[in-house]
Design a protein around this ligand. Sequence first.
Ligand code: PEP
Ligand code: MG
Length: 589
Amino acid sequence: MTTPSTLYGISGSQGIVVARVVVLNRQADQSICYQLAPELVETEVDRFQDALNEIEQELIELRNQFEEDLSDTETLTIIDSHILMVKDKMIRAGTIDLIRQKRINAEWALARVLEHIKKKFDHIRDPYIRDRFADVKYVVDRIFAHLGDRNRNFSANFSEPVIVVSDDFSPEDTLRMQSEKILGFLTDKGGITSHTAIVARSLGLPAVVGLKNVTSCCRTGDTVILDGYSGRVYLAPTRDQQKQYLKYDRQHRAFSEELAWQIHLASETVDGLRVRLSANIEIVDEVQTVFQYGAQGIGLFRTEFEFLKDDHPPSEDTLTTVYQDLLAMFSPEPVTIRTLDMGGDKAASYINGHQPIFERNPALGLRSIRLSLRDPTLLTLQLRALLRASLHGRLRILLPMISSLSELQRVREHLNKSMEELYRKGIPFNPKVEIGIMIEVPSAVILADTLAAEVDFFSIGTNDLIQYSLAIDRSNEYVAQMYEPLHPAVLRMIRQTVVAGHNQGIEVALCGEMAGDVVTAMVLLGLGLDELSMRPSAIPHVKKMLRSSTASQLSDLGSQILELRDAGEIRNLLHNYLAKYYPDEFGEA
Ligand code: PEP
Ligand code: MG
């Protein structure tokens, strides 16, 4: 099979990169070879030694476990021989020497050592001993597997900036890869709203996801063009193509900078309708960009990444400090902090104890508020920290994935208990702190009128609402093309939620990815949303559109769209609308 010259995926995060790739696999791949910067050689040696030590420990534990049960000693002898191999000089010292001499990564050095050992075994006459190579191979494969895990913890020990390629990255892998040495990501798996893509966007790193076979089409060291605007990857590009793409990149950046001057202008229509444009953040370090792009507060702080940084949860004091700093920084603008939304495609190892190891359908499983309510330890820890921080600014607590009134009531009980506890201890807090829920499950839309009477605000999470209403797994590349924000069912659900919220006098925000796309944002404004929360860099673009529209023009658009029966019809209408009102600016729907 010949390798195609262009791979088509899904734009995970916009931007263009022309660079070499490093291919990482979950099972460390022997073909991975990269040159190390001189100061990182010893870190690589440590990575290798740590992997060996962990395997040795595992084998010793295995031996201890079986020692009492096993009547025959043969299995124990095999385990002992494997322990000896882990300590073997040829494997350990041979690999370390190669890492140091050639300044190359551990996988590649180990693969060379294995080749060398294989040659030696091939010359052995005794078939029994020759067959023992299988044991060496077993131990070496185990080392590769451990290096694979550790590979994901690396902090970019490359000698030059690269694009990282993998079957998939967990959101925490993506976070750990923050480094000037990493320019972008390419993955086989994933869709536009998979959390990995969201984290890549928030880090401002271009990414193409859902490429299906990029790991087998690229080899470490190949130069590629990553086009995060169109979701394409060009393999083996010519010099002219590279130059052309670098030029596009400069043009895109210039356009964004041109928009930045508007940050101090009000986010309102020509006739004065104000809409709050706020920011989604995943990590506290992003606040600089939130100011830079002129956001009016934080519309969604996805706090789970604070819990994924370490192999234990943060302390209540640490969380309180993080939250109160954030509130103080943005006061008097609101800061919306969401309680843990773990599970699905995000999991912390220390939470696994409460989560089934394998869920057949994690998106429909023990995720988010369900996980929090099953074992409320982390939920109450977070609620106490939020309450303690609540007097430092305008806090809005947001509860994810609420699907029924009783779920909301159960969280309220925990909140009340936390308040009583703080009250007893004499710790001050705001007893009237605003509580809102994410509307991201269809049952919450249907019950929106009931739920609106119980909360202070709604925030519609379209990433999940689309997933759950259209039955499209948001991180499955095979159905990604069917993920349709402009589906009339989705738009009608959004409108129904807005009406239910407004009837109860509460504000309705939307914080899914569709808020950050100019064309879909225009539709959302037409549907009457009070706030759109998006990645900070999208704010100037949406603000420009808002400031060149009138309220009646947008609401007419919304009414017309609600009459249509299919996403195709809606796109046609938008195409004509854009051509009429914004002939030069926003391109096609
Ligand atoms: C959503 O579902 O739209 C949302 C904003 O939450 P998340 O993407 O974190 O699930
Ligand atoms: Mg969600």
